[in-house]
Design a protein around this ligand. Structure first.
Ligand SMILES: C[S@@+](CC[C@H](N)C(=O)[O-])C[C@H]1O[C@@H](n2cnc3c(N)ncnc32)[C@H](O)[C@@H]1O
Length: 198
């Protein structure tokens, strides 16, 4: 998918003028911080909402056009957010306290098995011990070429690397040609299992 082209034309269906409602609800319940990473952050709506909570936010996206738009939004809002153009399948190790993926894994999963494997192997290396990870995506139940299933998520985010994994049915919101629509999706929340002591 040519993300730059989509963003350049203002035609991204996932641009709904704010974070996905299921993730906004996560923010309302409280996000462990302070260091938070938004992978595939797009034009930064979720990153902005996280920064408004006083968190130290990094947003990464492969699209320079999206990151330019995100930086402009942050500047307009007077928010200091670290936005980077980078490939989320090959980031250096880090220790984020909370990690968000709003619509990245579901695209990797339907488009590129190698990129999906690289991304899933990398995620634990970005998380501090006991960090939380939230992944939102469209489910295979939406039809078309969507591929993510609850079985896939539960098998992927499992012990010994991840613990306390919850997968909730949600609605994913989109806007196509000015019309709002929803698709069946998942919100996965899991915890990076800390190394065992003793
Ligand atoms: C469905 S959009 C979601 C954007 C944003 N998270 C949101 O909820 O509005 C997927 C985003 O992932 C980005 N992306 C795709 N592949 C990527 C990769 N390998 N590394 C980083 N970002 C990527 C795209 O540029 C796009 O902004």
């Amino acid at each position: 998918m040519d993300y730059d082209e989509i963003y350049r034309h203002g035609a991204a269906p996932w641009e709904i003028g704010g974070p996905q409602p299921a993730l906004a609800a996560v923010l309302d319940r409280g996000v462990g911080g302070p260091r938070v990473l938004d992978l595939g952050c797009g034009t930064g709506e979720l990153a902005l909402a996280l920064a408004r909570l006083g968190l130290d936010v990094t947003g990464v996206d492969i699209s320079p056009v999206a990151i330019d738009l995100a930086r402009a939004k942050a500047a307009d809002a007077g928010l200091a957010i670290h936005f980077e153009v980078d490939d989320a399948t090959s980031l250096p190790a880090a220790e984020f306290d909370a990690i968000f993926d709003s619509g990245l894994l579901h695209n990797l999963h339907r488009e590129n098995a190698d990129a999906t494997a690289a991304y899933l192997a990398l995620l634990p290396t970005l998380a501090a011990p006991a960090a939380t990870l939230h992944v939102l995506g469209v489910s295979a139940a939406a039809g078309g070429d969507w591929t993510m299933t609850e079985e896939f998520l539960r098998a992927t985010f499992a012990e010994p690397t991840w613990t306390d994994t919850r997968v909730t049915d949600i609605e994913v919101f989109a806007t196509v040609d000015g019309a709002d629509l929803t698709m069946p999706g998942f919100l996965l929340t899991t915890v990076r299992k800390p190394p065992s002591v003793g």
